[in-house]
Write a protein that binds this ligand. Structure first.
Ligand code: 89Y
Length: 345
C-alpha cells in the first residue's frame, strides 16, 4: 500500500514521541516539518530524516502537498494551523486539547466539515492498555450496568519541566488532563447528562492556572454517577496513593460486581465467584521516555486507529466531531466551577 505522506507542525517535547510512534506504526512517509523557530525543526528533521524544513506553514502546504498533517504545536497553534489545513483541504490530526475555547473548537470542526476534509484529534488516553481492558470488561457486562465509578489521576510529577508553557495556562488542569479523563469517562459510560466541578489552585508554585479538580457527572442511560479526581500538586500522599504518573486509576461498581484499575497496570474484577487479578502492562518501546511509559505507548495505538481511517478503513474513534463532546464537558466543567452550579448538558 502506498505510504501516506505526512507533514509535521511543531517541534516541541511531544513531537519526538509522536514521530517515533508514527515510524513504529509504519505506512507513512515523513515529507516535511514546520516550526516557528526553524532551528528546532532542523534538529528534529536531522534526527528523523525529514527531507524538508519550513518556518512558513502555508508554504509547506502549498509546496509539499502532504496527504495529512500532524499538528503537534502548543495549544495556541491548534486552531490557526489546523484551519490552514482545512483551507488547503489537507487532512489534519490535531493534538489535544483541540482548542482553548469551545467556540474555537466548534469553528474548527465546522471548517473541516465544510471543506469535506478529515479532521481528527490526537487523544491517546483511551488507548492505554488498562483503559482498553476496562472498556472490554464493562462491555462484557461482567459487573452488569455500572451505577457508580471513580476515575483518579492525582500526581506530584513535575509535568511543567518538559512542558513549561503549561505553567502559563489560566485554565490548566481541565484542558490538559481533564480532556483525557473526561474522554475516557465518555468511552466507558456514554454521554453526560450533567456535570458539577470544583477547582483549586494549590501546592504548585509558579503555576498560573487551576491544578486540582473534582468533577461529578451523571452519564449515560441507565445513569452512572462518575467522580473524577485530578491533581498535579506536590501533596504529601498516603502510601496507598503512591505516585503512579501517568497511570489513571479507577473503581467501578455494578449490580453484579466491581472492577478496580490499580497501580502497576493491575486490574481486579470481583463478582460472587471471587476476585480475578490480571496485569495489563503496555508494550515497551526503546524510544519512549520511561517516566511517561504508558502514555507514550498509547500514542502508537492511537496513530494506528487514525491511519486506518485516513486509508478509508473504518471510522476513527477520536474524530474532531467526537472530541467536540469531550471539549463541551471540559468547558461545562469550567462554567460549573465558576458559577458553583450543576451544568446540564
Ligand atoms: O500534556 C499531558 C498529556 O497529554 O499527557 C500527560 C501530560 O504530559 C501532562 O498532563
Amino acid at each position: 500500500m502506498k505510504p501516506k505522506r505526512l507533514a509535521i507542525f511543531g517541534a516541541g517535547f511531544w513531537t519526538n514521541y509522536q514521530l517515533a510512534a508514527w515510524q513504529e506504526v509504519g505506512g507513512i512517509e515523513l515529507v516535511a516539518i514546520y516550526n516557528r523557530t526553524r532551528d528546532k525543526a532542523e534538529a528534529i528533521a536531522n534526527r528523523f530524516g525529514i527531507p524538508a524544513v519550513f518556518d512558513d506553514p502555508e508554504k509547506l502546504l502549498r509546496e509539499v502537498k502532504p496527504d495529512f498533517v500532524d499538528n503537534i504545536t502548543e495549544i495556541g497553534g491548534h486552531k490557526p494551523l489546523s484551519l490552514l489545513c482545512a483551507k488547503y483541504r489537507v487532512a489534519c490530526v490535531c493534538q489535544k486539547p483541540m482548542a482553548p475555547s469551545l467556540p474555537d473548537a466548534r469553528e474548527m470542526v465546522a471548517a473541516f466539515k465544510k471543506a469535506r476534509t478529515p479532521f481528527f484529534v490526537h487523544e491517546n488516553w483511551r488507548w492505554q492498555t488498562p483503559m482498553r481492558t476496562l472498556k472490554r470488561l464493562l462491555d462484557s457486562r461482567i459487573i452488569g450496568a455500572p451505577f457508580r465509578a471513580r476515575i483518579t489521576m492525582t500526581s506530584g510529577f513535575d509535568v511543567w519541566a518538559n512542558q513549561p508553557l503549561l505553567r502559563e495556562l489560566e485554565q490548566f488542569i481541565l484542558t490538559d488532563l481533564g480532556t483525557h479523563t473526561l474522554d475516557v469517562a465518555r468511552l466507558f459510560f456514554g454521554e453526560a447528562n450533567s456535570i458539577y466541578c470544583q477547582l483549586h489552585r494549590t501546592l504548585a508554585p509558579r503555576v498560573k492556572g487551576d491544578n486540582v479538580a473534582t468533577i461529578l457527572l451523571s452519564m449515560g442511560r441507565p445513569k452512572t454517577s462518575v467522580l473524577i479526581e485530578m491533581a498535579y500538586a506536590k501533596t504529601p500522599l498516603e502510601p496507598s496513593m503512591r505516585e503512579v504518573f501517568p497511570q489513571t486509576l479507577a473503581f467501578v461498581e455494578g449490580p453484579r460486581g466491581s472492577i478496580e484499575v490499580c497501580a502497576d497496570y493491575i486490574i481486579r474484577v470481583t463478582t460472587t465467584k471471587g476476585t480475578q487479578v490480571t496485569r495489563h502492562a503496555p508494550l515497551r518501546y526503546a524510544w519512549a521516555n520511561p517516566a511517561y511509559d504508558i502514555a507514550h505507548a498509547s500514542i502508537v495505538d492511537c496513530h494506528r486507529d487514525l491511519l486506518a481511517a485516513l486509508r478509508g478503513q473504518g471510522a476513527a474513534e477520536t474524530t474532531g466531531e467526537d472530541n467536540l463532546k469531550t471539549m463541551e464537558l471540559v468547558f461545562a466543567a469550567y462554567e460549573s466551577a465558576t458559577r458553583d452550579k450543576i451544568v446540564f448538558i
